[in-house]
Write a protein that binds this ligand. Structure first.
Ligand SMILES: C[S@@+](CC[C@H](N)C(=O)[O-])C[C@H]1O[C@@H](n2cnc3c(N)ncnc32)[C@H](O)[C@@H]1O
Length: 217
């Protein structure tokens, strides 16, 4: 919905390559980046299937925080799915720049802010950046990672087009946490957030959506 055939799509935390496979099926050019060489191999292997299309899809090793090989205003759509803090450790802490290796929330959110600025730089004006992100609990209380992330993206200049709630059922998490939830009286988290941000057009008046407008001065 947010891209056209032959567009250039970026997934800078590509994991096992789902977005690249979809790009191939939908005739879009797509670049996947991941800090973990194993993810890059998985993604490129997953693209080895016969399907006629006129575009190129590939994955390379890189760090989402430094996309210096990509020009500003060059990407038609960004779609990505960062780690949720350190809930799943993608490289078992072996790769320092892996966001899921980062110690705490403050470092994670500062990294997210740097990433949001980099994504804003490379995206064309009036195009979309989709981020899938979940929340967590600490000591039985809800930690809204998604809301904190959204605020950093708004601060970097994006405006919010949609917040789509993705329901999750029957995840392995339910078995692990089900009994605790009953005992300590809290709800299991069974959704993720898909934020669709838009980079404003040049000279667009965004004051009506502006993040800074609603902040205490
Ligand atoms: C939630 S997974 C992505 C899953 C993906 N959507 C899929 O279909 O498999 C997050 C990915 O971010 C990658 N990652 C973590 N830190 C990164 C960084 N600094 N630069 C690029 N990729 C990073 C991890 O290696 C992991 O593959």
């Amino acid at each position: 919905m947010y891209s056209e055939e032959k567009d250039y799509i970026l997934d800078p935390m590509v994991g096992s390559g789902t977005s690249l496979i979809e790009a191939k099926l939908l005739n879009r050019n797509a670049l996947g980046i991941d800090i973990n060489p194993e993810a890059v191999k998985l993604s490129n292997d997953a693209l080895e299937f016969e399907f006629k299309n006129d575009c190129i899809q590939k994955a390379i090793i890189g760090n989402v925080k430094e996309l210096s090989n990509l020009q500003e205003n060059s990407i038609d759509l960004i779609i990505t799915h960062p780690p949720y803090l350190n809930i799943v450790k993608y490289s078992d802490g072996k790769i320092e720049e892996d966001l899921s290796s980062s110690g705490g929330m403050v470092k994670f959110l500062n990294d997210i802010e740097q990433i949001s600025k980099e994504l804003y730089r490379v995206l064309k004006p009036n195009k979309f950046c989709a981020i899938l992100i979940g929340d967590t609990r600490k000591r039985q209380h809800f930690v809204p990672i998604s809301h904190y992330l959204m605020e950093r993206f708004l601060k970097s200049g994006f405006i919010l087009k949609e917040e789509i709630i993705k329901a999750q059922h029957n995840c392995s998490y339910s078995n692990r946490w089900g009994w605790k939830a009953k005992k300590y009286k809290f709800y299991l988290i069974m959704h993720e957030h898909l934020f669709i941000f838009r980079k404003p057009k040049e000279n667009e008046d965004t004051s009506i959506f502006s993040w800074s407008k609603y902040r205490e001065k």
